[in-house]
Design a protein around this ligand. Structure first.
Ligand SMILES: Nc1ncnc2c1ncn2[C@@H]1O[C@H](COP(=O)(O)OP(=O)(O)OP(=O)(O)O)[C@@H](O)[C@H]1O
Length: 234
């Protein structure tokens, strides 16, 4: 449902993607791993219509994202894509619950339905007791859980999560990744995760590794890797 074909993208002359092709199936959890600067954020930005590509194509179902004018790309993004960044970007003047309810209200939900759904997502993310607090009153890991709730609440078709566990300690990282992947599987969302730590990719159905803006070779899926490891004599 989401495809990049030979995508090339530079930032002010700095090459970030040098001809990347990959596809993501509906409902798939794909992890993109790679060292700092390998192009993960740029790839997610191009897939999600945040960044225009310099060359190549990006398709969302049968929609050519690469050739949409900016306003149409923006609309497509708002209607279909959720984004979780490595830094929670919440509106400071709104409470946690209002932050999560906002995209639902913007999509046309009634006030009561939006605030009820927002509270349920805050509960799932284990931050329901923060519902009435404003971001400045909360710690970074609580803000990040709220940002995850905000991305999931409208149940977009695709969630792009760029190093979503960066501000969290190890135990919370595990929990947030599990919530993201479980929500994806139970709601048939497509989830693309950019991850620094390759071991976090165990939550994904498939893993690809970016290096210097290239996708050198497919990496074994966690299942295939486990089978290979089991078949290899110690
Ligand atoms: N806004 C920008 N201006 C200039 N260069 C940029 C910009 N954003 C990214 N780059 C460069 O593009 C390349 C790819 O960066 P990108 O952020 O996509 O990689 P990444 O794998 O997500 O890195 P990180 O893990 O540090 O987030 C890097 O060389 C980076 O320095």
């Amino acid at each position: 449902m989401l495809r990049a074909c030979g995508v090339v993208k530079s930032h002010d002359g700095t090459p970030a993607l040098r001809g990347v092709s990959l596809g993501v199936r509906q409902g798939e959890v794909l992890a993109v791993t790679g060292p700092r600067g390998s192009g993960k954020t740029t790839l997610l930005g191009c897939l999600g219509g945040l960044l225009p590509v310099d060359d190549g194509e990006v398709w969302f179902d049968d929609i050519p994202v690469h050739s949409l004018p900016r306003a149409a790309r923006e609309r497509l993004r708002l209607e279909n894509f959720g984004w979780v960044g490595s830094e929670p970007q919440l509106l400071p003047e709104l409470t946690a619950r209002e932050n999560v309810a906002l995209p639902l209200l913007l999509a046309g939900a009634g006030h009561r339905a939006a605030t009820t759904a927002a509270y349920e997502w805050l509960e799932r993310l284990d931050v329901a007791d923060c519902a009435r607090s404003r971001p400045a009153e909360l710690i970074q890991s609580q803000r990040q859980r709220i940002a995850v709730a905000r991305a999931l609440a409208p149940q977009p078709r695709v969630v792009l999560a760029d190093d979503p566990t960066a501000p969290l300690h190890r135990e919370a990282q595990e929990q947030v990744l599990r919530i993201l992947t479980t929500a994806a599987r139970s709601h048939d969302l497509t989830l693309v995760l950019a991850l620094h730590e390759p071991e976090q990719a165990k939550h994904a159905d498939r893993v690809v590794a970016l290096l210097d803006g290239h996708l050198p070779a497919p990496v074994a899926t966690p299942v295939a890797a486990a089978v290979t490891a089991a078949a290899t004599p110690a």
